[in-house]
Design a protein around this ligand. Structure first.
Ligand SMILES: Nc1nc2c(ncn2[C@@H]2O[C@H](COP(=O)(O)OP(=O)(O)OP(=O)(O)O)[C@@H](O)[C@H]2O)c(=O)[nH]1
Ligand SMILES: [Mg+2]
Ligand SMILES: [Zn+2]
Length: 336
């Protein structure tokens, strides 16, 4: 997945910095407690992430293109994280007013749902916002087709992103999915635990490269088998990234992506009487009219409003934090 602009950035870095001529370009395969595995031309290198010593200001994540340089003490270290073409970013689960990059330089984000579970529009919508916000092409994979039907409930998905129906178990739809990953392209699978992300990776690859395990029989929930975001090179020249299952994910400044996932509602808004209509109780609201005559589900409008509110509150919190950068959490609470 190496692009011309990445090569240029590497050349520019080498030209203007005092790094060893042995510095080499590589791609991060996984990040594990301060150590980073980087795929370079000759194979995988374990390097220090090098937060203290490196010029690298950004912490490397899976999928990053990095410059790796040799060092007498630590072996190798990451000297530079090259500019990211795309990145999947969530709200940091610990630091609520900062963001966290999950994977970088991806071309496609495949949101996986298991058809053995009930449809969960809210969850898929949230994952789709994350996917679109990354700058990559979104896709939806309805897996475990051998265990459940693609009912009308899933019809709306096609209006947002291409839908692939697969069974990693019996091979249905696997060729189509594999063909969707072009030469040099990177696809990342996201979704809850147990939906079959790692099994899909294995099916696409053609042999067991990612660990999988059975879902709990009681509620068909996964067991959180995959624990790191891991990059795998396909024989076809494409790349897939397997990720640990997540049930919920915090969005980060994803307003534009949100409007893409709810394009049906957004398209009606210009016909509302008020330019800043919130579609809650305003007179002559085109969206509420569409709900009334059944074109838009009331529950879908409610979910849009919830996500919209979440992002608006977040933007306000970030703004507050910017104005009072040194205020500790305790002080902030006291001021309220
Ligand atoms: N019947 C059926 N079972 C599947 C299919 N895909 C995956 N499974 C099974 O579902 C279970 C969970 O699959 P995994 O690939 O480990 O799920 P995962 O999404 O990677 O889960 P985490 O790594 O925990 O996030 C395994 O027992 C798989 O064999 C499918 O298409 N059909
Ligand atoms: Mg897995
Ligand atoms: Zn309105």
């Amino acid at each position: 997945g190496l692009r011309q602009e990445t090569l240029h950035a590497f050349g520019a870095f080498r030209g203007s910095n005092d790094v060893s001529s042995e510095a080499q370009l590589g791609r991060v395969v996984r990040v594990d407690r301060g150590e980073v595995d980087v795929l370079v031309e000759e194979g995988e290198l374990r390097v220090m992430s090098g937060s203290q010593r490196a010029q690298a200001e950004t912490a490397p994540v899976t999928g990053d293109w990095v410059v790796v340089a040799p060092d007498d003490e630590v072996g190798f270290y990451v000297a530079l994280v090259l500019p990211r073409r795309t990145a999947m970013v969530r709200r940091d689960p610990a630091e609520q007013v900062s963001d966290q990059v999950l994977v970088a330089n991806i071309d496609r984000v495949a949101v996986v749902h298991g058809l053995d579970q009930a449809a969960n529009d809210a969850r898929i919508e949230r994952f789709l916002v994350l996917a679109i916000d990354s700058g990559a092409e979104p896709m939806i994979v309805l897996n475990k087709q051998d265990l459940g039907e693609v009912s009308d409930e899933y019809g709306w998905l096609e209006t947002v992103a291409p839908v692939f129906t697969t069974s990693a178990e019996d091979g249905t739809g696997i060729d189509e999915l594999r063909n969707a990953i072009g030469y040099g392209e990177t696809l990342v699978f996201i979704g809850p635990s147990g939906v079959g992300k790692s099994t899909l990776v294995n099916a696409i690859f053609g042999e067991q490269v990612a660990e999988t395990s059975e879902v709990r029989s009681r509620d068909r929930r996964g067991r959180h088998t995959t624990t790191t975001r891991e990059l795998i090179e396909l024989p076809s020249g494409g790349v897939v990234i397997d990720t640990p299952g997540i049930r919920a994910i915090g969005l980060w400044a994803a307003d534009i992506a949100l409007d893409e996932v709810f394009a049906d509602i957004v398209a009606l808004a210009p016909a509302c009487r008020f330019r800043d209509c919130t579609h809650r109780q305003e007179p002559n609201c085109a969206v509420l009219e569409a709900v009334e005559n059944g074109e838009i589900q009331a529950i879908r409008l409610a979910r849009y409003q919830l996500l919209w509110q979440e992002l608006a509150e977040q933007a306000r919190d970030i703004e507050l934090r910017k104005r009072a950068p040194s205020t500790s959490k305790r002080n902030k609470r006291r001021r309220k």
